[in-house]
Structure formats: structure tokens, C-alpha cells
Design a protein around this ligand. Structure first.
Ligand code: ADP
Ligand code: MG
Length: 366
């Protein structure tokens, strides 16, 4: 069987559109390109992926239960009824420690392709742990300096982990003069821009409605998501005709806001393993007995409670972090300070930033 591809959706800065892109790319791959696509919410501290699909209650079983070995990964997978997309959700309640997801992703590779991982923003341990489990990264940025300079750091991180950068998605593009252009982003990062998603009210509308824009709309942003999905699926993108777009113009608000009204509980999501007769049903119960006394602990207790295996995992992450640039270590997460200090003099990064700033100044005539 061909090896499936695991694509991470990453950004340096938060709030640039990772979860929106994960939801729409996943839904388009499943719905429009017939892929057995899976999205994984690795954003265990601030999970939002379920909300994009109208799920406002806790899923009965989540990534937390999988990481705690209470259930095999298949038990935490749900199918989205309107698109056929599979999702492995994170818990909605506060959750602090993300352990390695390598093994979980490895197991799921057998059944799903592609797998898209919605990652935590920044260069902290949750982002590193998620990035470790992927094959290729899509870097998300908005066309402004704060987001883009952070995107450059993320690219750096991805390369140090020896993962491929599939390309950059520019999101929330308005086409204003003060925005960074595609060329500026490509030239300074050395990576191609693989999608340009316009700023549109339809995106917050679709989130409020609990239905990704690719399902309910043929608008420009939806078309861009579908184009990107086509490229990932290795298929040709056939744009929706004028009738589709007209229908969209008249229907959008009705269809999506109906979704919002019915969006209660699991919003029609169906659990994968319930229907799967092959799952070892005894195993999770046994595991639960052994693991249960160890859950819900924090900090040092967490490490102690899990014994050697957990310590080995923590050590592995620590080791990895030592190899990373100083910027990726805790304590150095302050805006640019630690980064600049750690890299000053010896790195192309400063040079890149100078170039971006010079270009921007030239463009604005200052
Ligand atoms: P991230 O996952 O990177 O933190 P999100 O996908 O949650 O970012 O997006 C953050 C916010 O930005 C969302 O509330 C969403 O409504 C808004 N947003 C994202 N993309 C667009 C866009 N293209 N146009 C308008 N608003 C957008
Ligand atoms: Mg997010």
C-alpha cells in the first residue's frame, strides 16, 4: 500500500488561519476529491477544529484518551456527515501536555490519506512535537511583517526537523499596497506561495455556521481552498461555473446559518470505530484500568506517574529542543529578543529581515 502523506499546517504567529485552512482543505479533499482524508487537531491547549464543524460539546473520546493509551487511535475518529472528512479531535477543556504523536500518526497512516495536522502556533514544544510527526509542512502567513517574520522562523524550525516545506499559504489578502506581495514572500523565504486566500466575511460566517466554506459556498476563497486541495490530491481543478457562483450568491446565508441552528452536540459526526467490527474491543478496557490512576496529574507528578516510557519520551523531546535554535527553547519565546540574541551575526535570518524591511520601505516610498 502506498504510504500516506502527513501534512502539517503551521505558522509562527497565531490567528493567521491554520485551523480555517485545515478544516477547508480537509473538507475539500474528502468531498470534492474523494480522498479518505483525516484531520488531526494537535492543538491540545486551545482546540478549535471541532468548532469549525459545528461541534460545541466535548467529543466523547479525543486525542487525550489516545495519548493516554485508553483507546486505540481509531476509536477517536469521527466522520463529518456533509463532507466525509475524518477528524481526530482534541479535548475542548483545558489540557496541558502534548506527548509525542508520532506513534498515533504512524498507526493512522495505514487507513487515511492524506492526514492533515492542525498545529499549535509558534516555536514552543507543542508545535515541535506536532511538526516531528509530519512529512511536509504548509506554512500559513498573512501578508504583513509580524506574521511573515514569524513564518520565517517556522520554516527554519521545519527544516531543522528535516521536514519538507510544501509551500506557503497567504491568507486574509486584501490586495492593499501596504501588504507584502507574493513575490516578496517567495523571494525572501525561498519557498513558493501555493495559495492566496482573500480576506472575506464568508469565513467568519462559515465558522459561526459550523460548516467549512468549501461545503456551502463557491466564493473566491472556497475556490482557492479547492485549488489547493486539487494540487495536494494530484487532480485537476475544475472551477464551478457561473451558475454555481450565482447560486452561491443567493444561497450562502440560508444554507450555512441553518447549519448553525442544528449544530448541537456532535453535529451528526459518526464515530469510526463503532462501525468497525475489526477493532479489538477488549483492549481499551484493560488499558483503561492500568492507565486510569495515572491520568489527571500535572507537572512532575505527570512524569513520575508514567514511568520509564514517559521519561524517555520527555528526554527525547528535550534532546530535540537542545538541537533547535535557541529561539525554540522555552524562556526565549519573547518577541524576537531571544531569537535575535541567539542568531545575531551568524545567520541569514537577520539579513532576510533587513531585506524585507528595505523592500517594504521602498514600496511605501520611505
Ligand atoms: P489559527 O488557527 O491560525 O489561529 P484561525 O483559522 O482560527 O487561525 O483564524 C483566526 C480568525 O481569523 C478566525 O476567527 C477567522 O474567522 C478569521 N479568518 C481566517 N481566515 C480568514 C479570511 N480569509 N478572511 C477573513 N477572516 C479570516
Ligand atoms: Mg487554530
Amino acid at each position: 500500500m502506498a504510504k500516506s502523506t502527513v501534512i502539517g499546517i503551521l505558522s509562527g504567529k497565531g490567528g493567521v488561519g491554520k485551523t480555517t485552512i485545515t478544516a477547508n482543505l480537509g473538507a475539500a479533499l474528502a468531498r470534492d476529491f474523494g480522498k479518505k482524508a483525516l484531520v488531526i487537531d494537535s492543538n491540545i491547549k486551545t482546540s478549535h477544529l471541532g468548532l469549525h464543524f459545528g461541534v460545541y460539546d466535548e467529543f466523547p473520546v479525543t486525542l487525550r484518551d489516545v495519548l493516554d493509551r485508553k483507546v486505540p487511535p481509531m476509536y477517536a475518529i469521527y466522520t463529518h456527515p456533509a463532507s466525509g472528512l475524518r477528524m481526530l479531535p482534541a479535548p475542548m477543556k483545558y489540557d496541558s501536555v502534548l506527548r509525542s504523536i508520532d506513534a498515533v500518526v504512524g498507526q493512522l497512516r495505514r487507513s487515511y490519506d492524506p492526514i492533515i495536522v492542525d498545529c499549535a502556533p509558534g516555536l514552543g514544544s507543542d508545535a515541535v512535537i506536532a511538526a516531528k510527526a509530519i512529512d511536509k509542512a504548509i506554512i500559513v502567513t498573512t501578508p504583513d511583517l509580524p506574521a511573515f517574520t514569524d513564518a520565517l522562523k517556522t520554516i527554519d524550525l521545519v527544516k531543522r526537523l528535516r521536514k519538507d516545506v510544501l509551500g506557503i499559504v497567504m491568507n486574509r489578502v486584501r490586495g492593499e499596497r501596504y501588504e507584502l506581495t507574493t513575490e516578496e514572500i517567495e523571494q525572501t523565504s525561498g519557498h513558493g506561495v501555493i495559495a492566496v486566500i482573500p480576506e472575506t466575511t464568508r469565513i467568519p460566517e462559515s465558522i459561526a455556521a459550523g460548516s467549512p466554506i468549501v461545503i456551502s459556498s463557491n466564493s473566491g476563497a472556497a475556490a482557492e481552498f479547492k485549488k489547493l486541495a486539487a494540487a495536494i490530491a494530484g487532480e485537476r481543478y475544475v472551477p464551478d461555473g457561473i451558475f454555481g457562483r450565482l447560486a452561491d450568491f443567493f444561497n450562502f446565508n440560508f444554507s450555512t446559518f441553518e447549519g448553525a441552528k442544528v449544530g448541537r452536540g456532535m453535529n451528526g459526526f459518526v464515530r469510526e470505530a463503532v462501525a468497525d467490527a475489526d477493532m479489538p474491543r477488549e483492549e481499551p478496557r484493560r488499558e483503561m484500568q492500568t492507565i486510569k490512576p495515572q491520568i489527571n496529574r500535572t507537572g512532575a507528578a505527570w512524569k513520575g506517574a508514567r514511568g520509564e516510557e514517559a521519561e524517555a519520551e520527555i528526554d527525547a523531546v528535550e534532546e530535540l529542543r537542545r538541537e533547535l535554535p535557541a529561539a525554540a527553547k522555552p524562556g526565549n519565546m519573547g518577541p524576537y529578543k531571544g531569537f535575535a540574541r541567539a542568531r545575531a551575526g551568524k545567520d541569514a535570518e537577520q539579513e532576510i529581515l533587513r531585506k524585507v524591511k528595505a523592500r517594504l520601505r521602498a514600496k511605501l516610498g520611505r
